[in-house]
Write a protein that binds this ligand. Structure first.
Ligand code: KG4
Ligand code: ZN
Length: 422
């Protein structure tokens, strides 16, 4: 049994979690004791994306209160005066020298609270925005030093994979009965990768995007449609309106349409469809290429051209466009994933990263797995675990701890914006 305090600051969420882990690689259970998260999305919205120096400043401002909230929830926050020797103060000041806003609140906090009963401290080392990563790393190092707890550096993408592998069992999360190799499709704001997990913490890259990441494409297309950041959920909402409108337009619920579509309805429906289909057709880049690589730049450009030609789209047409865009993304993601499943022989597929929150992509993957790979297993994280959080960092840290992979000495751990799994 070990209690892990995990910290995540790779992008625009400041997150701290306390997770109690038990078991081993074969069968592990995790109880979330505390989980605090502050999203900066509202702040970054005005810039249409994440603004790194602002993200860094916000993390520095929020880490102490978020840590306190997570410890409090875990019932590990106890007031107590601690004398901090001058020498230790100097060391902390050196570690936090790049985070001047953080140093004083940090020292105030640790000098007023008892050392919590935790066994290790974990922090995201990359990939992500380096200035943002550094704040979390320096904070974790300072805590590790003052509380004398070992430090674990975690790959953010490994966190997404493990969050996708975890299943809710009662109050706990459990990871068990895994059959390697496992194929992971990682789709987030910065990543689009197919990674083969050959064994615990052993990875091989099977395919990746050659240009934009899929989340980035969602965000850019959303911006073209004058939708707020982050664009993924906004596009998804629009697209779902288009999908639903077709079934309710004539007062016929979807279920009835599926069972017995009347002639009249079909004719009516056809009058709606051609307009959506031909005019808003978008390409499916690299769909038939032999590699498992992706490309999304062409899709983004196609939307740009379409919008140049048709600057006057009404609300309904925007919904159709969003839907066609989402269809194109889902088609490409599925085709390449299916190709990779065949090539690798993996019997378990996990889909992780922020974009895996997308309703249409989730639905497409569930349906296609059922029909095309009925003997394989699909794992997609619960929606609450798809976007960045610190629980996923604690999960990944547990497996690193099992293998004794601690950071020694502390200054060995550095932020790595492009940290890769393979
Ligand atoms: O994993 P994540 O939270 O942060 C990164 O590590 O990048 O992913 C964020 C990305 C953003 O691009 C966001 O637009 C996208 O995930 N996203 C979505 C949805 N929810 C978040 N994309 C499509 N549909 C969604 N429902
Ligand atoms: Zn992420």
């Amino acid at each position: 049994m070990m209690k892990i305090l995990a910290i995540e600051t790779s992008c625009d969420e400041t997150a701290v979690a306390v997770v109690e882990a038990s078991g081993d690689e074969k069968r592990a259970e995790f109880k979330v004791l505390g989980n605090a998260l502050l999203s900066q999305i509202e702040l970054h919205r005005q810039y249409g994306g994440v603004f790194p120096s602002l993200a860094k400043r916000e993390h520095a401002k929020n880490l102490v209160p978020i840590l306190e909230a997570a410890l409090e929830e875990a019932e590990l926050l106890h007031e107590d005066r601690q004398a901090i020797p001058a020498e230790t103060r100097d060391k902390i000041a050196a570690i936090l020298s790049r985070e001047p806003d953080l140093c004083e609140p940090f020292l105030d906090f640790v000098s007023e609270s008892e050392r919590p009963e935790i066994d290790a401290i974990a922090v995201t080392a990359g990939p992500g925005l380096e200035p943002a990563l550094w704040v979390g790393i320096n904070f974790a190092k300072a805590l590790s030093l003052i509380w004398e707890k070992p430090l674990i550096g975690v790959n953010h993408m490994e966190g997404h994979i493990l969050a996708a592998l975890a299943e809710q069992s009662g109050e706990k999360l459990s990871i068990s009965n895994l059959q390697f190799p496992i194929l992971a499709l990682l789709i987030s704001g910065g990543h689009t990768e197919l990674v083969l997990m050959k064994n615990w913490l052993e990875y091989e890259l099977v395919g990746k995007t050659r240009d934009d990441a899929v989340g980035e494409t969602f965000d850019k297309v959303a911006r073209m449609l004058a939708l707020p950041y982050p664009g993924g959920p906004e596009i998804s909402k629009l697209a779902e309106l288009s999908r639903n409108s077709e079934s309710v337009e004539d007062g016929l619920p979807q279920a009835r349409r599926r069972r017995g579509e009347s002639e009249v309805f079909q004719q009516k429906n056809e009058r709606i469809r051609p307009q959506t289909d031909s005019e808003f057709n978008l390409p499916r880049p690299m769909l038939d290429s032999e590699t498992c690589d992706f490309s999304f730049a062409g899709l983004k450009t196609a939307v740009l051209y379409l919008l140049k030609k048709r600057a006057d789209l009404n609300e309904r047409e925007k919904q159709h466009l969003a839907r066609e865009f989402e269809d194109a993304v889902a088609d490409v993601l599925w085709k390449k994933t299916a190709q990779a499943l065949e090539e690798t022989g993996a019997r378990t597929l996990v889909v992780g990263g922020g974009v895996s929150a997308n309703t249409h992509i989730r639905r497409t993957f569930r349906e296609k797995m059922d029909s095309e790979f009925p003997d394989s297993n699909l794992r997609i994280p619960a929606s609450s675990l798809t976007t960045d959080n610190a629980i996923m960092i604690a999960l990944a840290a547990f497996y690193r701890a099992e293998r004794g992979e601690y950071v020694r000495p502390l200054d060995k751990l550095e932020a790595s914006g492009n940290l890769s799994l393979a």
